[in-house]
Design a binder for this molecule. Structure first.
Ligand code: SF4
Length: 232
C-alpha cells in the first residue's frame, strides 16, 4: 500500500470574501463602465503587433500623445523589425528623441527587433514568457500587448490604474502586482479585457491625480473616496 503523504506545498492565503453588498457595488461599477465606454481601446496608434509592441515599450514613463507624435513619423519610415534594425540605434534615437529615456528605449527596440528577426521570423511572439524575455519588455508591457490583441485578458497596473483601484476601494495593495491580483479577482469576467482601459481612461480624464472631477464622475454615488475630495 502506498502511504498518503500530507501535502508539502503551502496553500496560498485566500482573499477575503466579498459581502453581497460589496459584490453588488462592484458589479454596478463595471456595468457603468461598460455603458459609458462599451469598446475602449488603447490610445496608442499602431497598425500591427510589432508597432503595438514598440509603442508600448516607448510609452513607459511617457504620455501616449508624445509617443504617437513620434511614431507617426517613425512608422512611415520603419514599421518592421528589419527596417528598425536598418535605422540603427543612432538613427532610431533621432525619431524618438522627444520621448523620455529615449536612449535606453532605442537600445531596447533595436535589441528586441534583432531577436524577433533571429528567433521568431520577424513576428512578435504572443506568449507572455517569450514577450517578457525581450529587452525592455516587463510584465506590464506584455500585459498591455496581450490584452490589446485579445490574446490574454490582463490588467496592467500603471499609475492611473493603481490610483483609481485604491480610490474605488478595489484594493489596498502596496505594489502593482498586489493591485493586479485584487483586480483580477473582483472584475467580472465579461469586463476583464476592457477593465485595463476603463481604469486607465477614468484615471486619465476624470479621476485625475490632484483634483479628481468627482462632481462629473458617473461613479460618484458608488465611490468611497468621493467625500475626501469634496470641495477640492
Ligand atoms: S468619485 Fe471622485 S474619487 Fe471617486 S472615482 Fe469618481 S473621480 Fe475618482
Amino acid at each position: 500500500m502506498v502511504a498518503l503523504m500530507p501535502p508539502t506545498k503551502k496553500t496560498p492565503a485566500k482573499a477575503p470574501r466579498l459581502s453581497p453588498r460589496e459584490r453588488q457595488r462592484i458589479t454596478e461599477i463595471f456595468a457603468r463602465f461598460a455603458q459609458h465606454m462599451p469598446e475602449p481601446r488603447t490610445e496608442l496608434a499602431y497598425a500591427s503587433p510589432f508597432t503595438l509592441l514598440v509603442s508600448v515599450v516607448l510609452s513607459a514613463q511617457a504620455t501616449d500623445v508624445s509617443v504617437n507624435k513620434a511614431t507617426e513619423v517613425l512608422y512611415k519610415i520603419a514599421d518592421t523589425p528589419e527596417k528598425i534594425l536598418k535605422l540603427g540605434e543612432a538613427g532610431l534615437s533621432k525619431y524618438i528623441s522627444s520621448i523620455g529615456l529615449y536612449n535606453t528605449k532605442a537600445r531596447n527596440v533595436i535589441a528586441l527587433s534583432r531577436i524577433l528577426l533571429e528567433q521568431y521570423g520577424g513576428q512578435v511572439p504572443l506568449q507572455r514568457d517569450a514577450l517578457q524575455a525581450l529587452p525592455g519588455v516587463g510584465r506590464k508591457t506584455a500585459s498591455v500587448v496581450l490584452n490589446e490583441l485579445r490574446i490574454e485578458p490582463a490588467i496592467a497596473v500603471d499609475t492611473h490604474v493603481f490610483r483609481v483601484a485604491h480610490r474605488l476601494g478595489f484594493s489596498k495593495g502596496k505594489t502593482p502586482e498586489q493591485v493586479e491580483a485584487d483586480l483580477m479577482r473582483i472584475v467580472p469576467n465579461d469586463g476583464l479585457t476592457r477593465a485595463h482601459h476603463w481604469l486607465i481612461l477614468h484615471g486619465r480624464y476624470t479621476c485625475v491625480a490632484r483634483k479628481p472631477k468627482c462632481a462629473e464622475c458617473f461613479l460618484a454615488d458608488l465611490c468611497p473616496s468621493r467625500e475626501l475630495f469634496m470641495g477640492v
